[in-house]
Design a binder for this molecule. Structure first.
Ligand code: AMP
Length: 392
């Protein structure tokens, strides 16, 4: 059934390329896996995905679906037996599961990276060890923790659970010291970190890819606006003085090299009023703020990830045009699927829908990429489009 062979994955482990015809396994069947599967299949690769739902966004474009939870070692090993290399569409796969898979086929990026990244505390300790700039932070391990952590970092602050929080989930903002105990209560007394709220003027992200041989390709800098903790728009290239942009790229490259990363990675940064850059978060995978690359760049982040994990030379990351990405959130589906006329009428807008069967408020359902060298104009068009799509 599968053309994969042990010899192909053994060769992959030695760093030899997996050429089109090989099979890529994907853990998690969300939109990132979906867009990767589309690009991979275009290039002639086969895709097998592990997800609890056969009709998940990636499953709709996969050759095979192994049905199971991402914590299910047996299901993961079943996937491993069918593929030449394994990668992920989410960082929320237990590192122990990745280690077990790696006994059968190479996992890229490797499991140790997820051990460092999945836990906010170990991610922050890793950044401190590298001497990279980040928000002042302190650990919170017990009931006495919040008060002493707040004393260390200052107010206002955000309490963030160490594991399994994303898009603002498991986070509580603390304005006054006497709110510390209530915040700790709200996160269910889970091990957390406290971060000082920084007065950033802008959020940007560096999307890069690192190949098996250590080569690095860096995409044009992305400027991100969040609403309700969810990415709203990305503009690229982000206007930024050259030296500062180079500094952002150096930070991201340092992280990728220190982790010995293979694949696409996003490093989210806060830009302060004085131009300082602080690392907010590392995502060792393709990223929402890199969606613009599909359409706007010579090689999309999804093709690039396939190239990297298959040990191919990296593609050219250069922008062919400026672009703005607008996320389409489930709230737009309140009265049923939106009519897409406002998007379709715009010749430079590319509509992406993820095939999610159950729209829900706050759920990422799709996005639009507007191709335009004038990114200010594209941002205005994106907002007008959103207004036209929003239920009355
Ligand atoms: P996170 O899940 O940690 O990336 O946080 C989600 C969003 O909350 C970020 O993109 C910021 O907009 C905001 N945020 C998180 N941490 C901080 C902070 N220390 N200071 C200011 N804003 C923050």
């Amino acid at each position: 059934m599968s053309p994969s062979s042990p010899t192909a994955s053994h060769r992959a482990r030695r760093g030899e390329p997996l050429r089109p015809g090989a099979t890529v396994g994907v853990l998690g069947g969300g939109q990132l896996g979906r867009m990767m599967a589309i690009e991979a299949r275009r290039m002639g690769y086969r895709i097998v995905v592990l997800d609890p739902d056969a009709r998940c966004p990636t499953g709709q474009f996969a050759d095979e679906v192994v049905i199971g939870a991402l914590t299910d070692v047996d299901a993961a090993l079943e996937l491993a037996g069918q593929v030449d290399v394994v990668t992920l569409d989410t960082e929320h796969v237990p590192a122990d599961v990745l280690d077990r898979i790696d006994e059968v086929v190479p996992v890229r990026p490797r499991g140790a990276i997820f051990r460092t990244i999945q836990d906010r505390q170990s991610q922050k300790q890793f950044l401190d060890r590298l001497g990279l700039p980040q928000t002042p932070w302190a650990p919170v391990d017990d009931a006495a923790g919040p008060a002493s952590a707040l004393a260390a970092v200052g107010l206002p602050a955000i309490l963030k659970v160490r594991t399994a929080g994303y898009d603002g989930k498991g986070q509580v903002r603390i304005e006054h010291a006497d709110a510390a105990a209530a915040a700790w209560e709200r996160v269910g007394h889970r091990p957390s970190v406290v971060e000082r709220v920084v007065p950033f003027v802008r959020e940007v992200s560096v999307i890069l890819a690192r190949g098996v041989g250590g080569d690095v390709a860096i995409y044009p800098l992305a400027e991100n606006v969040h609403r309700h903790h969810i990415l709203h728009t990305t503009r690229a290239p982000a206007p930024m003085p050259e030296a500062r942009r180079a500094h952002a790229e150096t930070i991201a490259r340092t992280i990728a090299e220190a982790l010995d990363h293979v694949g696409v990675m996003a490093v989210e940064l806060f830009e302060l009023p004085d131009g300082q850059l602080l690392v907010n978060e590392i995502a060792p995978r393709t990223h929402n703020s890199g969606h613009y690359t599909l359409g706007a760049c010579a090689t999309s982040q999804f093709e690039q990830h396939v190239r990297a994990v298959c040990g191919l030379p990296l593609g050219d990351p250069r922008a062919l045009t400026g672009a703005v990405m607008l996320n389409l959130i489930g709230d737009l589906w309140r009265d049923g699927p939106p009519r897409w006329d406002p998007v379709l009428a715009h010749p430079e807008a590319r509509l992406h829908l993820y095939g999610k069967l159950a729209p829900a408020p706050g759920r990422k359902m799709g996005h639009v990429v507007l191709l335009d060298d004038d990114t200010d104009r594209a941002l205005r068009h994106a907002e007008a489009m959103l207004a036209a799509l929003t239920p009355a």
